[in-house]
Write a protein that binds this ligand. Structure first.
Ligand SMILES: [Zn+2]
Length: 484
């Protein structure tokens, strides 16, 4: 087994996670963690071996000697504990990051997060991707299976487990170096970079689930709720100014139209292009040095662009306030009942010397007819998408639930008459009837087409001003009212 341990140290050296001066330290630390007698390091030939090939024998051995339980969760936690030995200390990483130019710094940090297996590339590769050619342009669809579902054994153990409030959530800074427990993933090897925005304390990290290239998360030092205000726009552009090769956006701060974590102020960014960037424009307005464009897009999005950042932030924040108080009963838009319903999903970018801010208008009111939300995917598309539409999906990248992989395969068999039983697929029954069989496509493609169609319909249902003549004229009326 010591050979396997040495192989892990060889891996650390090869990927520059550690230096030659760290070898003995790493061997001794890892040997103790593995309950093995350390032996002087012998460099191992690891050519062609992935981190999984190298670390798996060690995890199996840890199970065998009863060091850990035989569950995915226990193995993941223990693996991150081993990999921590090969991961730079937070302060060393910070120094290294700060010494590089912005592009080199993000490249280095992102590579390190993959090399130390915080980002599990081999699991992410299992995600399914396809395209849907919508009237708004190509929409990217991902079925996400990289987030492992809980091991049934862990679920059973959880019944006996006393949950803890430390760390308060999955984003909190207290996750850095945290071993993890039954209901909290192991983050021993997790690292963040301190990065003040608007002179306020923020941290920068990568998402372990990587929905798109260099999927980054920027989080506040404190566990404070999401809130969109003038400060949000300033922070987003403070970041984009420093990392012009990244975008940064925020989810709205309200339930239904917000992201999955509302109680910790955070943003999402990365180095990726999204379908919304290619959206056509159906109306343009100018306010001083700021251009306002209304997009041909399923959601109601106003694109602000300017070389003058101060003016752009002024327009953005005034528009936010104007919208937060804007109602139009003829389209079911009520800004306030007992609570506020209107909110903005803002996404900031820097492109060809221009500051760009996409502002998606959102409303989270529910009604008797639409108990999940009037401007939320309606019941008929819930088989495909019922979760909140967050900023990534606003930009035209669908993140669909992992169950679809297996279920769509089963549906394909039914449509190909290889199977007749709908058992377990009841929720898809109505949606299946909408699948159009185009003989130019094979069955799998026909199903994917129908998935894309349902997703886009869900996005359209989130649109405040619909993309028809009436909706567009109401959208124009809204902006004209604002500019008056
Ligand atoms: Zn938190």
């Amino acid at each position: 087994m010591i050979k396997h341990l040495h192989a892990l140290v060889s891996y650390g050296l090869k990927h520059h996670l550690i230096d030659f001066d760290d070898i003995t330290y790493a061997v001794n630390q890892l040997a103790y963690k593995m309950n093995l007698d350390p032996k002087p390091f012998v460099d191992q030939d690891i050519d062609g071996l992935s981190i999984v090939d190298i670390v798996e024998p060690l995890l199996d051995y840890a199970v065998k000697i009863n060091l850990i339980d035989d569950t995915i969760d226990a193995k993941d936690n223990f693996e991150s504990y081993l990999m921590d030995t090969l991961t730079p200390r937070p302060s060393d990483l910070q120094k290294r990051f700060n010494s590089l130019n912005p592009k080199e710094a993000t490249n280095y940090f992102y590579q390190m997060c993959q090399d130390n297996h915080y980002i599990k590339t081999e699991r992410i590769k299992k995600n399914k991707h396809f395209n849907y050619p919508s009237i708004y342009g190509n929409i990217d669809i991902t079925i996400n299976i990289s987030k492992p579902e809980k091991d049934p054994k862990t679920i059973a153990q959880l019944k006996m487990h006393k949950s803890s409030s430390y760390p308060s959530c999955l984003l909190c800074i207290e996750n850095v170096g945290y071993y993890g427990n039954l209901d909290h993933p192991g983050r021993s090897h997790h690292r963040v970079i301190s990065m003040p925005l608007n002179q306020e304390p923020f941290y920068f990290q990568y998402s372990p689930y990587v929905y798109y290239n260099e999927h980054a998360i920027v989080l506040h030092k404190d566990h404070i709720p999401m809130e969109i205000s003038r400060k949000t726009f300033i922070r987003l552009f403070d970041f984009v100014n420093h990392f012009p090769h990244y975008f940064l956006g925020s989810n709205a701060g309200l339930p239904i139209v917000g992201g999955s974590i509302l109680d910790h102020e955070h943003y999402q960014g990365g180095s990726a292009n999204f379908p919304i960037e290619k959206a056509k424009v159906f109306k343009t307005f100018i306010k001083n040095e700021v251009k306002l464009e209304l997009l041909v897009w399923p959601l109601s999005v106003i694109r602000l662009s300017s070389k003058n950042l101060n003016q752009l932030i002024d327009v953005a924040d005034n528009l936010r306030i104007y919208f937060e108080n804007y109602s139009d009963e003829s389209i079911d838009l009520l800004a306030k009942t007992n609570e506020s319903h209107n909110a903005i999903t803002p996404i900031a970018r820097f492109n060809n010397g221009m500051y760009i801010l996409d502002m998606a208008l959102r409303n989270n009111r529910t009604s008797e007819k639409y108990p999940d939300g009037i401007f939320h995917p309606h019941k008929d598309v819930h088989a495909i998408k019922k979760e909140n539409i967050g900023l990534i999906e606003v930009m035209g990248l669908a993140i669909l639930p992992g169950r679809l992989v297996k279920d769509l395969e089963a549906i394909e068999k039914i449509l190909n008459h290889q199977e007749t039983s709908l058992k377990g697929l009841e929720q898809y029954k109505n949606w299946m009837e909408t699948i159009e069989i185009n003989p130019m496509r094979n069955m799998k493609e026909n199903i994917e087409y129908a998935v894309g169609k349902a997703f886009v319909k869900g996005l359209e249902e989130c649109g405040i001003f619909k993309q028809d003549d009436i909706g567009r004229s109401k959208f124009i009326q809204f902006v004209e009212g604002f500019l008056k």
